[in-house]
Design a binder for this molecule. Structure first.
Ligand code: PGA
Length: 234
């Protein structure tokens, strides 16, 4: 399974280093065979020789150049990073990234062979509008994306579940993951208010190949417990 932590705008470089060390110790001491990914804040990227894969939460589709506030592959290469998160709802909705830009990023990083965690998910209004409207909305987020890309991981994260403490029911997750699996053979993660208290149940659902965790992953101990659940279930 794939257990991923999105640290968002949290943890300094020093804190991130300690965090990754804690995960690394847990993974090694417990002979964990799951894939553990961590997406630190941009300025917390650093050298990494741990058992954990470190990825970027964002990068511009460029090597370098004049893109104020963005980073390019020279900055990722410095730390041997070849994993990236694309399409997270906070970048789509708070930073205003369009599907067009996401396609550009996707293709750029795909051509470089990056492991891409591509996020999709509907707002509450689409969920409430019923199954077909919701699926239609989600389908637009697959537009222009090579769903057969070998290094693709898809993360389904309903917007209304992110950071809210509210999650879909286990039955709802099961039914939407079943539908989404028809769209892409890539591993499919669930994200949105995954916590120590529900992670095991979520991981046990059919067609859930892992989890993408935000707030609850900020505590290394909690995140390690989730890694442990995945190991038990595998
Ligand atoms: P959350 O965030 O676990 O805090 O809901 C998940 C995410 O945004 O990836």
């Amino acid at each position: 399974m794939i257990i991923a932590a999105n640290l968002k705008t949290n943890l300094t470089r020093k804190e991130t280093k300690q965090y990754i060390q804690e995960l690394d110790t847990y993974v090694k001491n417990n002979a964990i065979s799951q894939e553990v990914l961590v997406f630190p804040a941009m300025s917390s990227l650093d050298e990494n020789d741990s058992s954990v894969i470190v990825g970027a939460q964002n990068a511009y589709p460029t090597k370098d150049g004049a893109f104020t506030g963005e980073i390019g592959t020279v900055h990722l290469d410095e730390f041997g990073i070849n994993t990236i998160l694309i399409g997270h709802s906070e970048r789509r909705h708070i930073l205003g990234e369009t599907q067009e830009l996401l396609i550009k990023k996707f293709n750029y990083y795909k051509d470089l062979g990056f492991k891409i965690v591509y996020c999709i998910g509907e707002p509450l209004s689409k969920r409430e509008a019923g199954e077909s409207e919701m699926m239609e909305y989600i389908s637009t987020q697959y537009e222009g994306i090579d769903t057969n890309y070998e290094n693709l991981i898809v993360a389904y994260e309903p917007l209304w579940a992110i950071g809210t403490g509210i999650t879909p029911t286990l039955e709802d997750i099961e039914s939407i993951h079943k539908e989404l699996k028809k769209k892409s053979p890539a591993p499919l993660l669930y994200g949105g208010s995954v916590k120590v208290t529900n992670a095991k149940d979520v991981l046990a659902i059919d067609n859930v190949d892992g989890i993408l965790v935000g707030s609850a992953a900020l505590y290394a101990e909690h995140f390690c417990s989730m890694i442990g659940f995945a190991e038990e279930l595998s």
